[in-house]
Design a protein around this ligand. Sequence first.
Ligand code: PRX
Length: 655
Amino acid sequence: MVWWPPAFPLMPETSKMIPTKKDFSAKARIRDMDEYKALYQRSVETPEAFWKEQAQSLTWMHPPDAVCDTSVPGEHNWFSGGRLNVAVNCVDRHAAATPDKTAIIWAKNEPGEYENITFAELKRNVGRVANVLRSLGVRKGDRVCIYMPMIPEAAYAMLACARIGAIHSVVFAGFSAEALRDRIVDAEAKVLFTANEGLRGGKKIELKRIVDDALDGMTMVESVLVARRTDADVPMKGGRDQWLDEAMAQQRAACPAEWMASEDPLFILYTSGSTGKPKGLVHSTAGYLLYTSLTHRYIFDAREDDVHFCAADVGWITGHSYIVYGPLCNGVTTVLFESTPLYPDASRYWKTADDIGATLFYTSPTALRALMREGDEPVKQGKRESIRVLGTVGEPINPEVWRWYHDVVGEERCPIVDTWWQTETGGILISPLPGATPLKPGSATLPFFGIKPLLVDANGNRIEGNDVSGLLCIEGSWPSQARTIWGDHQRFLNTYFTAFPGLYFTGDGCRRDEDGYYWITGRVDDVINVSGHRIGTAEIESALVSHDAVAEAAVVPKPHDIKGQGIHAFVVLTESSDLGADEVSGTLKQQVRHAIGAIATPEEVIAVDALPKTRSGKIMRRVLRKIIAGEAHQLGDLSTLADPTVVDQLLEKLK
Ligand code: PRX
């Protein structure tokens, strides 16, 4: 079966690629392109045999009867008949083999403060939290919401859910009360984990107060477990709220693990789509765990003695897959980083890496852009000698930032893995393998084992060959593919599997260059990628129009030096609006913060008389995007515009 002409890259001598590092490759799991090609071909030509063999890395309570049934797109099924428990794989088996090994290094907000948790301790703490949940009546399949800062209790809570078969829904602790409430209601969570306060850089975040606002008047959540991160006393609602440490102290450490079916949901994670309602992507137990642990092993070339420092937050998919589940399943020490890259200054990552001996380092282009702006000196304050692999994720990385990461941070010694993937994919789909793949700054390079990317045009025609651009789709399934959208399977099918029948549509544009390397060019749908976080324009627009003064809103991205993209909003005010011209932007920015959270705050909110629309009334965001980006000379075809004078008014306004 030839689905993609195997036009593998030319060797580095004959192209402008950056060759692999000899010393690294000599010891790597996959040492050159021949090894990669051979294993890749096997993985796509005989997937059953490939995945059956890989599945042996997991500890099963009952082995699966079948590998995969992927005949109907969107109804994929992996490892049916198998029984296993994620917490047993991520904790128990390592607690038995290496009880004193550090499972988690908690790098606290204040520089130089660390706490190590061994696998034996992790097992006891997860067991206690699991027993707390059981004592509260949480059973297999129940939903538990986790709204916590980056503290070990967040990982305990996730793994405790996994242990008893409850489905967790981690909500990033930067979301507002309103956004938290929507996610709780959608998942019908009966228990919620939080902390009295969170610490991030110089800021305290009043998490319990936000939770109280979110739960105000709601009876769905029966119990709130509050971790004690600071000394702050917070109001505790009788019959509902308990301190987590006190509840844990009442429980035994031993907690039997549920035998979960391979396809039982492990978690729900909300992400933005092109409608106002966030989507709760559902991930499976066996396939998710297998794929995240396998990609972690190969893409980071992970070893037993590695210290995996992924600076993401557990509120996002990166934190789920490459802080908690992937590394711990592999028995690798993982890092929970509570702070920010700039606190107290731009040397923070590198000093932390030195302190804890980090060997694998994973961050976002946004963080790197912010750090690069601070110059090389803060980097030099850290030795960085322990680091072997540098990774990036979340958005396209500009080649000059890639170069800086490679030359200054990695001192040309460390391979860079630019990993492309999504909340929906569960794990990394396109990435270099650090010992094998010659690199090109800005390219995520080539597909991982078992992954069949292809490009299509807007009509769904496959675009063959190299040096072409199109919409990125994936053919077939892979184990960690999301299984559904919580409570709305039809939306799942409509969103991902109907645009191009038979294929999974990623929502990204992409170029396949002359060497067959993939370059992700960004979202082609109504999703803005701000600092590596996905935010739907529809969500922001609905937050804006929920203000009495706003009749209509349209939100578009504009390139931003640090964030990648910034959010720019246009609003048409109601006749009755009493907002003064100088109040519009501030008031409506606050409105968005309140409805969604600080991450969705627009850079500017501009009041206009009218929005550009088609004759059928559809807002032409393309026109706004061009105008805001200063590309008014390239507005393209305006023949469908209902009122062409609107464009002139807008240009006049933005002068
Ligand atoms: O547009 C792509 C971009 O981030 C989107 C997925 O966002 P999210 O589900 O929040 O997951 C982010 C962390 C996995 C993608 O559709 N993206 C992610 N990684 C890259 C990227 N764009 C370019 N290069 C990447 N390495």
